[in-house]
Design a protein around this ligand. Structure first.
Ligand code: AZC
Length: 833
């Protein structure tokens, strides 16, 4: 008989909570109290989800008092604050990180155990908060964790999407998408604050009217009104009292029901306006690099920016009265990519149209307030908006952007007199083929600092993307290499390794000071430590093997090398290069079944944008070819391919601690930074990668001996492209490569279904192989031979793995945020007592 069953016999309704000196007892009481009084359940009938909710509420109780304390400390001292504007926050589950950061994780685990509650079932019933696509959204989530941990006064602003990134399933190898109704039954973490709702306007037109003082001025009229209601998520720091907030806006109509329309036209008419308004925060757009031209996307951007700016101004004026003179002293706004770049024009509109500041005054405030982060060089990701669309949705902003541009081009003309080409290159408005607004140019012009996300990326940003802007605004461009929070990405997701680290270092504070891991380097040669380290890796691999069995029905051996590529599916990330190598290995094994190779399990997880056909074709190819390989007894289980469905934060937390090898194989110059590379290295996976993004800096930290670098450099890619890249040259020169490509192009893997992988096949050859997969294939294959040799030498591999964990302290997002705070935001910490 379980403890829960016996508890249930006694406990029908918990008494109201009593204070207890014993922390475990008081948490137990708190959980039971919420179970009974918040959710009206008794212990007998409670489902795992009820237990999750009660535990989450109990965790929240620890956070809310700290949240109130933090906010009043910030308000009382009227501190300078950072406002992070991001259309995406890829948070994942919040239970463990909330408990850890509240400092009650162990006690809560014990309390639940004593209550006889199944912890795994409990935590599995929390849906991921998947309000982001990939790296950009996950970075925002790591950043708000670090901001709170470093006691920095900060508020994150975004949209409370009712549907996050789609849920992915596979049917016959094809990706199918289902809606992610993560909050359909509510979420315990959000606190709704109707008292801080904001009304904003959109659409309409601009009229010129005489104002009270007889001046002729433009006025934005006949607008459509919207209401944004904030939902706050507490963001606790680790090992500190600070609890910041993430404020996510939900869109509402000003009038929920139009009774006149109801009387005349019926129900549908009566709620039409409500439905349209609520559509704005309905769903996250599922592309991670493109979202151009869609009206609803523009409306989303403006809606959350306008609500957030009003909220920021409200907070400032509450203390300062009419305090524009020191607004920029108290307010720093970071634009996460160009998605919130309309903020530049919106603040200008407020200052000029509503507050009657003159242009120069207004512009000075703006450029002191904003800073902008660029996350990619891919041209298709650079946001552009058609002028006609803008004229319809944001007519007044369009006028203001034109005026910003006119003044900006004066500066350009002064710098390069008579150079018309320079004017059109630098312009915010792109002419020809339908006028478009270049949001990146607006963001650069309107900000005092612009940063890239890894050293190489920032160099390319200055050189290729904004060459003239770097000359025009010397010193504006700087680098802030990305980081990851070591709380979620080591402490929470890899408890066994964390315990070993704490024991070895003799101190538990490394999650706040990741450079302490350096000291593990001293143990890297010690056989006993190597064994402990690798034993933990093996346990994590056994757990992942079970997940693979469960999700894919594939049996894999934990003794094989786990070779992992987990990230969005995109051509530039080159999952197809990985696939070509797998097929080459398969072919080698068929030619020589006794081939002496380390058995490998290739683990993939990736979502493709629903409209990205080639990416979906690559998913299908990996699934279908993988299935064939998995079932081929001739190769004696030496190769397995597992494509885990529905990649998300929670799945990453399972895969990363179990990885031996981390695939970071983008075409050089294309991956701005990468952050999965950091998470995997921190958990003792070795990187096989190109000299791209943050791989370069990871290599510098771990040393050449502890990483497998292959492929062309940025300069070589450029040289080959300039010389006229011809994939067929590589195809004909390399017999194995040719055979592999032909094989994929045949119907061998899809009997009866010809041309199944024609899109992939075409892109590699006649399509011109835009990401130079063929050019890097041989070097990649050779690097894998080096991996194989290293893995056979277990002590050597163990040492390399330990060195990775020991030497990647630089990639803590605490370091990144400290750099932003000092160099861009000028933001001092505010400890909360
Ligand atoms: C990503 C980059 O592709 C990735 O390299 C980087 O690590 C991450 O941002 C965080 O900086 N970019 C995006 O997800 N999206 C866009 C629009 O760039």
């Amino acid at each position: 008989k379980t403890k829960a069953a016996s508890a249930q016999a006694k406990t029908v309704a918990a008494p109201r909570r009593r204070a207890s000196d014993d922390p475990v007892e008081s948490i137990k009481a708190s959980i039971l109290d919420h179970l009974t009084h918040t959710f009206a359940r008794d212990t007998a009938g409670a489902t795992p989800r009820d237990w999750f909710l009660a535990t989450a509420m109990s965790a929240r109780d620890h956070l809310t008092s700290r949240l109130i304390k933090t906010q009043s400390a910030h308000n009382d001292q009227n501190v300078r604050r950072l406002y992070y504007l991001s259309l995406e926050y890829l948070m994942g589950r919040l239970l463990i990180s909330s408990l850890q950061n509240a400092g009650v994780y162990d006690h809560t685990r014990q309390a639940l155990e004593e209550l006889g509650v199944d912890w795994e079932a409990l935590r599995a019933s929390e849906d991921d908060m998947g309000l982001g696509n990939g790296g950009l959204g996950r970075l925002a989530a790591c950043f708000i964790d670090s901001l709170a941990t470093l006691d920095l006064p900060a508020i994150g602003y975004g949209i409370n999407y009712e549907f996050g990134l789609f849920r992915q399933a596979f049917e016959n190898g094809h990706q199918v998408e289902n809606p992610d109704s993560w909050m359909i039954y509510g979420t315990p973490w959000e606190l709704m604050h109707p008292e801080y709702q904001q009304e904003v306007q959109i659409y309409g037109e601009v009229e010129n009217v005489f104002d009270d003082s007889g001046n002729y001025r433009p006025q934005w009229v006949n607008t459509h009104k919207l209401v944004g209601v904030p939902n706050d998520i507490p963001v606790p720091g680790y090992g500190t009292e600070t609890v910041n907030i993430l404020r996510l806006w939900t869109s509402h109509a000003t009038e929920p029901l139009d009774l006149n329309a109801f009387n005349e036209g019926g129900y549908v008419e009566a709620v039409r306006n409500k439905a349209t308004s609520e559509t704005i925060s309905k769903v996250l757009y599922p592309n991670d690099k493109t979202e151009n031209g869609k009206e609803l996307r523009l409306v989303q951007q403006y809606f959350f920016v306008a609500c957030s700016l009003k909220d920021i101004i409200r907070r400032h004026m509450r203390v300062e009265g009419n305090g524009w003179h020191n607004f920029a002293d108290k307010v720093a706004v970071q634009l996460n990519d160009t998605h919130p770049a309309i903020a530049v024009a919106e603040l200008l509109r407020i200052l000029i149209d509503e507050e009657s500041l003159d242009w120069d005054e207004a512009w000075a405030i703006i450029t002191k307030t904003f800073a902008y982060t660029n996350h990619t060089l891919l041209p298709e990701a650079l946001e552009k908006w058609g002028v006609p669309l803008y004229a319809r949705v944001l007519p007044r902003h369009l006028q203001l952007i034109y005026e910003i541009n006119r003044r900006h081009l004066e500066t350009v003309a002064a710098k390069w007199p008579g150079d018309n080409e320079m004017l059109s290159t630098c312009s915010i408005v792109e002419e020809g083929g339908g006028k478009q607004l270049r949001m990146a140019h607006l963001a650069v012009v309107g900000s005092h600092a612009v940063n890239g996300v890894a050293a190489l990326h920032t160099e390319l940003l200055k050189k290729d993307l904004f060459p003239y802007f770097d000359t025009l605004f010397p010193g504006k461009f700087r680098n802030k290499t990305n980081g990851i929070t070591p709380r979620r990405w080591l402490l929470d997701c890899n408890p066994a390794l964390s315990a070993l680290i704490t024991k070895t270092l003799g101190r538990p504070d490394w999650p706040r000071n990741l450079d302490l891991l350096q000291a593990l380097g001293k143990e890297a040669d010690q056989p006993a430590f190597q064994q402990e380290f690798m034993a933990i890796k093996r346990v994590n691999k056994v757990a992942l093997a079970e997940t693979i069995q469960e999700l894919c029905g594939i049996e894999v051996s934990p003794d094989a090398l786990f070779d992992v590529q987990i990230k969005r599916l995109h051509e530039y990330k080159r999952q197809h290069l990985n696939l070509l190598h797998i097929v080459a290995l398969y072919r080698r094994l068929l030619q020589n079944p006794d081939l002496d190779m380390v058995p490998r399990v290739f683990v993939f997880a990736a979502k493709a944008a629903p409209g990205y056909d080639l990416a979906k074709n690559i998913i299908r190819a990996i699934n279908v070819i993988g299935a064939r390989i998995n079932h081929d007894e001739r190769i004696q289980g030496k190769l397995k391919v597992a494509f885990l469905p529905n990649y998300r934060v929670t799945l990453a937390e399972k895969i990363i601690p179990a990885a031996d090898l981390s695939e970071q194989i983008s075409t050089a110059g294309k991956e701005a930074s990468g952050t999965g590379n950091m998470k995997l290295a921190l958990n003792g996976a070795l990187t096989i990668g190109t000299l791209d993004g943050a791989n370069v800096e990871i290599g510098e930290e771990v040393g050449d001996d502890n990483i497998f670098i292959f492929g062309m450099t940025v300069e070589e890619v450029e040289a080959v492209r300039n010389a006229g890249y011809r994939p067929y040259d590589f195809y004909y020169a390399d017999e194995e490569l040719r055979a592999v490509i032909d094989w994929i192009g045949s119907d061998y893997f899809t009997p009866g279904e010809r041309h199944a992988f024609a899109p992939l096949h075409h892109s590699l050859l006649d399509g011109g192989d835009p990401y130079m997969v063929l050019a890097d294939f041989r070097s990649y294959s050779d690097a894998h031979l080096a991996v194989d040799a290293a893995y056979r030498d277990s002590p050597r591999w163990a040492k390399m793995a330990i060195m990775n964990t020991a030497r990647v302290g630089k990639f803590s997002s605490d370091r990144t945020i400290r750099e932003y705070a000092e160099d861009i935001w000028n933001l001092p910490p505010v400890p909360v007592k």
